[in-house]
Design a protein around this ligand. Structure first.
Ligand code: FAD
Ligand code: 8RB
Length: 468
């Protein structure tokens, strides 16, 4: 039996542990944090994630889709809030089969850790990887009380996130070609609380009436909310119990920015000016802003993901990206499924397996990194622009005329498993056609669709059904 040591029992490490243990590998996981199932750990802040088809596929392969589904909140589209608080829903897909889902990170992590152990993996919590002795093939781990232990490892997988300690250790013997590109923008998490059973306090009369009727959500629960403001924005994702996690994205410098918004009071003033409808729903904005750290954003690129046949990186450790396509975890789950399949098929040639894994996945992780950067501009600046809305409507019409051949890029990324690199390339072809079609065309009904159809059939092959 081949043994694998995984560093990190986060989302990707725990999924990979499950998949490998189920295939008969002896799996040992080391995780820096305490066991998330331990009492006292649960009940902290609700942090949610958008789960899309690629993520669901990973859970499906691990046999967890049906356990997760009841905990997930459907988001049918983006609900765009203008400066006056007027909102519009832009559907993501054709119907309720093409939606994304908001899930609780803690609940998902617990489910994955449970599944990994049930499949036979061993997880040691409170064990931080400190360094690796490559000559002795030994991991050196530090416990929460400072005690150290050594662990001989055969194959090592680094699923220890963006700040990966395994990556730092691998960079000793080889040059990974590592490059981090900061976005120049950061983020802060705030909370729209659930409506209380006993209305009072901060609630407006309208919300108090909603609470009286037994409603828990202060705004549409079945949407990803966006407050686009050009160079910056806010978003909100629903939590099953009725609250929303709000994320404010701002440049680090300039105005407004995190530099000129140092305190919660300054943030309240910014919200009153630019996000007034949201401001009224965030009673603890000052305390949230002062109490939560400002997060950093950027893209991590590596030229190499493995150290011969001994160690390989996956998930954020290999390719941390900006959040604006909601695909970080989704991409990491695709890594886990792919690596488990490759290792299972050829367990005794790990160098070949790791090289093949990198060959298959790296073009796709580069593609989603690029599309995630592009989607920031789309979300913060374009979703309320009439030219954009016209292109989006034509995109939708062409998808209707050419099912399986013309698929909007957002849909390819979110609702299919078409490789990201292919989604990026097809998206470029489609965008060129869209732009030509509307050039000098005031209305979509004036377009010559016969001409356009011929060009589309020539430029785009039908998508293969394997991944749709
Ligand atoms: P992580 O989840 O970061 O897990 C790494 C694990 O390794 C952690 O448990 C950590 O404690 C452990 N570890 C670290 N160092 C060591 C060490 N030295 N020794 C032992 N263990 C160690 N993605 C989406 O697809 N959709 C979303 O909507 C979305 N929203 C997000 C919202 C937020 C606020 C953030 C921060 C990210 C979001 N992402 C989202 C991205 C997603 O969270 C990541 O892509 C995903 O968690 C990557 O999984 P991972 O297992 O590679 O890394
Ligand atoms: N990391 C998401 C989308 C696309 C939405 C659209 C965007 C917060 C950190 Cl910013 C963002 C999307 O185009 O209409 N789907 O899912 C999730 C997003 O942010 C998550 C919650 C997030 N990720 C550090 C903060």
């Amino acid at each position: 039996m081949r043994s694998v040591t995984i560093v990190g029992a986060g989302l990707v490490g725990a999924l990979l542990a499950t998949l490998l243990a189920r295939r008969g590998f002896a799996v040992q996981v080391f995780e820096r944090r305490p066991d998330p199932r331990r009492a006292g750990f649960i009940g902290g802040r609700s942090i949610n994630l958008a789960l899309a088809e690629r993520g669901w596929h990973g859970l499906r392969v691990a046999g967890l889709e049906e356990r997760m589904q009841p905990l997930a909140v459907m988001m049918r589209g983006r609900r765009v809030h203008d400066l006056d608080g007027v909102t519009n829903l832009q559907r993501y897909g054709r119907d309720d089969s093409e939606v994304i889902w908001s899930v609780n990170r803690g609940a998902l992590n617990i489910m994955l850790v449970d599944a990994a152990e049930a499949a036979g993996a061993r997880i040691d919590f409170d064990r931080r990887l400190d360094r690796v002795d490559w000559a002795q093939s030994t991991l050196h781990l530090v416990g929460e009380d400072g005690t150290t232990e050594a662990h001989r490892a055969d194959l090592i997988v680094g699923a220890d996130g963006a700040g990966s300690a395994l990556r730092a250790a691998m960079a000793g013997p080889i040059d990974l070609g590592e490059r981090f590109e900061p976005l120049g923008h950061g983020y802060k998490e705030l909370e729209i609380p659930a409506l209380p059973a006993m209305p009072g306090g901060w609630l407006s009369p309208t919300l108090a009436a909603a609470a009286q009727r037994g409603e828990r959500f202060a705004i549409d629960p079945n949407a990803l909310h966006i407050w686009p403001r050009g160079r910056y924005m806010c978003i909100a994702l629903p939590n099953a119990e009725g609250s929303f996690t709000v994320t404010l994205f701002l440049p680090n410098e300039g105005s407004p920015s995190f530099a000129d918004t140092p305190t919660g009071r300054d943030a309240r003033a910014l919200f009153e000016r630019d996000f007034a409808d949201a401001s009224a729903l965030i009673p603890d904005l000052e305390a949230d802003f002062d109490g939560h750290p400002t997060g950093l954003l950027g893209t991590l690129y590596l030229e190499r993901w493995h150290l011969d046949g001994r160690a390989v990186l996956i998930g954020d450790a290999a390719h941390a990206i900006v959040p604006f396509h909601g695909q970080g975890m989704n991409a990491g789950f695709e890594d886990a499924v792919e690596l488990a399949e490759l290792l299972d098929a050829d367990p005794h040639h790990s160098e070949r397996v790791f090289a093949e894994f990198e060959r298959r996945r790296k073009p796709n992780s580069d593609a989603i990194a690029a599309m995630a950067l592009e989607n920031y501009v789309e979300m913060r600046d374009r979703v309320d622009d009439s030219d954009y809305l016209l292109l989006r409507e034509l995109d939708r019409r062409l998808a209707e005329r050419h099912p399986g051949r013309w698929v909007p890029r957002y849909a390819m990324v979110t609702f299919t498993r078409v490789p990201y690199a292919e989604a990026l390339a097809r998206g470029q072809t489609q965008t060129a056609i869209l732009r030509d079609a509307v050039l000098g065309c005031p209305a979509l009904d004036d377009i010559d669709y016969n001409d356009l159809d011929a060009r589309i059939v020539a430029a785009l092959q039908p998508l293969t059904t394997r991944s749709t």
